[in-house]
Ligand binder design. Structure first.
Ligand code: MD3
Ligand code: FE
Length: 221
């Protein structure tokens, strides 16, 4: 066990540069990869949400999700009583989703390349918003046409704990703490792993208050 000099500092004061660690076959954490641009990314999220507001989707089983979601890019992920799907139109407004912002596309491509997935061109960015107590239960992401492409996730604001399981729902998940600016790339054998987010703890972040924002970039169509 190592003694961390920074253990008693808030996460957002933790020092250090970008680092990369393998998580599982095909999956890497790029610590702080998006940190320098995180404020700009949050401004872009606010711009997207002004056109396509955050909303609580309903699962096919009729349960309201505790995560609030919106999307940008050519396709957006939606759920309702009919099922899950990617749709070019936001059902809440009848408008197309806002275009993929250049800064998002570049970040997703650079992160994927750094993790060994060159030429990642996402056509969907699902934006998730977590408040204290919000959780995302274990699931697989399998609504995308081409699951050979990785998923890139960017964590902003309040820290969270990823639950990262195996290919079967019953596989006990590992817990991985992610903080503001961390990027995780999930590809290869990890692409269809079960995963989720533990209930968000109460915390205060200078850029987001009590909120966590997560961007997930996908090649959906
Ligand atoms: C592991 N979002 O939107 S991102 C989701 O933080 C989703 O909002 C979580 O799961 C969030 O579907 C977790 C991390 C993530 C995303 C996709 C994965 C982990 C993954 C796909 C395969 C394996
Ligand atoms: Fe997911």
């Amino acid at each position: 066990m190592t003694f961390d000099l920074f253990d008693n500092l808030p996460d957002y004061d933790r020092d250090g540069g970008i680092s990369s660690e393998p998580l599982a076959p095909g999956a890497s954490v790029l610590r702080r990869f998006a940190r320098a641009q995180a404020g700009a990314l949050l401004d872009v999220v606010a711009g997207v949400a002004a056109v396509a507001p955050f909303r609580h989707l309903v699962t096919p089983g009729g349960r309201r999700m505790s995560v609030a979601m919106t999307n940008c890019g050519r396709l957006g992920w939606v759920s309702d009583r009919q099922g899950y799907r990617y749709d070019p139109v936001d059902p809440a407004t009848g408008l197309h989703w806002p275009a993929m912002p250049r800064a998002f596309a570049v970040l997703a491509r650079d992160a994927a390349a750094a993790a060994g997935y060159p030429d990642f061109t996402p056509d969907a960015c699902l934006i998730n918003r977590y408040l204290p107590g919000t959780r995302l239960s274990l699931h697989q992401d399998r609504d995308e046409l081409d699951v050979r492409a990785p998923i890139v996730s960017v964590s902003l604001g309040v820290p969270a704990v990823f639950l990262f399981g195996g290919l079967r729902r019953a596989d006990r998940p590992a817990r991985i703490r992610v903080i503001h600016g961390d990027v995780v790339v999930w590809g290869g054998p990890s692409r269809l792993a079960f995963h989720g987010i533990a209930p968000l703890a109460q915390a205060d972040h200078p850029l987001t208050g009590d909120t966590r924002i997560n961007l997930t970039f996908r090649k959906a169509g």
